[in-house]
Design a protein around this ligand. Sequence first.
Ligand SMILES: [Zn+2]
Length: 132
Amino acid sequence: MKSLKDMLLRMREDLVRDIARRSKPSTEGIMPDIGDILDSVSEERSRELDMILTDREKKKLLQIDDSLDRIEDGSYGLCEECGVKIPKGRLKVMLFAKYCVECQEKLEREEKYMREESEEGIKKVPAGEVEE
Ligand SMILES: [Zn+2]
């Protein structure tokens, strides 16, 4: 678990460094400590970050932080839905996996179903009794 945490922290650092490089390109050698900023986001700061970060970066950062939290409280690698252990092989390819394969598929099916439901709008009422 330790190495995974290190890996996540490194990912976070890389991501933060990329963002820092992009947001302040000309601070002579002094890297703005955006890592600290990200660790303690004030309202104002987070608005600033909202503008700097792309949706993808935000999502990744959230996923990294989420995984780190889960490592801390010991729930990392367990399915959030059914509590079963997520196989190592799956975690290897999906570091941020929160669900086992079965639950993931179930959730995706439900999501798809919900989407179709809402797209369809008003459900067609099946033909009822015919008046005579
Ligand atoms: Zn599950």
